[in-house]
Design a protein around this ligand. Structure first.
Ligand code: NAD
Ligand code: DAU
Length: 346
């Protein structure tokens, strides 16, 4: 297997790169990352494996992509590169359309071109539970058969890219699987997302901005479990346990309200409850996500292994111990985002 990981300097991508290198018959792992505001070379700086190679560039650069396919004889793409933050998509959807839809289009058309030349490339398209929309309290978890109902601009661009992938399977007979996962947490997550944002603010004595009533529910999964799932899906597609065009959900049956997470983080950081600030709700805020992952269990033998309380405690510990990483990431640009998003609140 000669793997191209897109977005390998991001949160999940950097874990996928590391875990892919643990598979003995992986010959090569190329990490193509544009190093946007959320991608950091520090996330992969300590990887010394000679099979690993980083290329700074964008999936939207078609000629670069094709050059990599050819010179590296790529046989699998793990496609994670994306604009990933819902709040940013509410402020401006253009970069989401460019990367998540147009970038995926370029990958798909390049795969078709190489297929015609006799080089088959399998695609694992990494998507999200957000494409299914929002659940009411009494609803069962999403399954792979749930209809798509994206409700924010980020989710709409991910759903569009999922449908492009399925249309290319149908019309061009490419080999692809779509994975959809619930909310990830763990080391290396950019601190615009709930858990690292609250952890750093709690440690610094800053306010903890909870949107709306704080009772929104997400199904939290450790990033290592999700990354394992992506690699299981890759092996499943290559070995024929999954057919092209199939969708596979990953989740952790770990539904938690946001406010409960914030309170746990306060406890883990010895912060104070008075730091909690209820702020204006996110527009179009999805109330509840929950993922059914019976298919992944049955077909891939995959299930989440990392227990939530322990995983969260170790994650908070990681942020405490990695002040150099935190400092390099929370630069001027990051402070600017906080001021734009939260005003004087934090
Ligand atoms: P992230 O924002 O931390 O990382 C995204 C990475 O993509 C960054 O390294 C960035 O530099 C890179 N990138 C952006 N545009 C690029 C381009 N044009 N070319 C090359 N690289 C580019 O995101 P993440 O949380 O690691 O998410 C990774 C993927 O997983 C995304 O596709 C996301 O939709 C999906 N996902 C995320 C979650 C979650 O909870 N974070 C859950 C389910 C699915
Ligand atoms: O569900 C999978 C998705 O999870 C991924 O596809 C996305 O890429 C990823 O960003 C994540 O989306 P969310 O919007 O669920 O994650 P976020 O960390 O932004 O928010 C989690 C919850 O916390 C959500 O209900 C909004 C709330 N929140 C978030 C922030 C940043 C707050 O209350 N306050 C905040 O300041």
């Amino acid at each position: 297997m000669r793997i191209l990981v897109t977005g390998g300097c991001g949160f999940i991508g950097s874990h996928v790169v590391r875990q892919a290198l643990m598979i003995p018959n992986v010959e090569r792992v190329i990490n193509l990352d544009a190093l946007t505001y959320s991608g950091h070379p520090q996330n992969c700086f300590d990887i010394e494996d000679s099979r690993y190679h980083f290329i700074h560039g964008s999936i939207n650069e078609e000629s670069l992509l094709k050059e990599i396919f050819q010179t590296e004889q790529i046989s699998v793409i793990l496609h994670l590169a994306a604009e990933s933050h819902v709040d940013r998509s509410i402020n401006s959807v253009k970069p989401f359309i460019e990367t998540n839809i147009e970038g995926t289009r370029i990958i798909l058309e390049s795969i078709v071109e190489f297929k015609r030349l006799g080089q088959d490339i399998h695609l694992i398209h990494v998507s999200t539970d957000e494409v299914y929309g929002s659940l009411n309290p009494e609803d069962p978890p999403f399954t792979e058969k749930t209809s798509l109902n994206p409700r924010n601009p980020y989710a709409a661009t991910k759903a569009a890219s999922d449908m492009l992938v399925q249309s290319f399977v149908n019309t061009h007979d490419i080999s692809a699987v779509i994975t959809r996962c619930s909310n990830n947490y763990g080391p290396n997550q950019f601190p615009e997302k709930l858990i690292p944002l609250m952890t750093l603010n709690a440690m610094n004595g800053d306010n903890l901005p909870v949107y709306g009533d704080g009772k929104q529910i997400r199904d939290w999964i450790h990033v290592v479990d999700h990354s394992n799932g992506i690699l299981c899906a890759m092996l499943g597609l290559i070995m024929g346990r999954l057919s092209t065009g199939e969708v596979i959900n990953f989740g952790a049956s770990n539904e938690v309200e946001n406010i409960e997470i914030v309170e746990k983080i306060i406890h883990l950081t010895n912060a104070d409850k008075s730091q909690i600030k209820y702020v204006k709700d996110r527009p179009g805020h999805d109330r509840r996500y929950a993922m059914g992952f019976q298919k992944a269990k049955k077909i891939l033998g995959w299930y989440p292994e990392i227990e939530w309380s322990e995983g969260l405690a170790k994650t908070v510990e990681w942020y405490k111990e990695n002040s150099e990483w935190v400092e390099s990431i929370t630069s001027g640009q990051y402070r600017e985002w906080l001021t734009n998003q939260y005003g004087e609140t934090i």
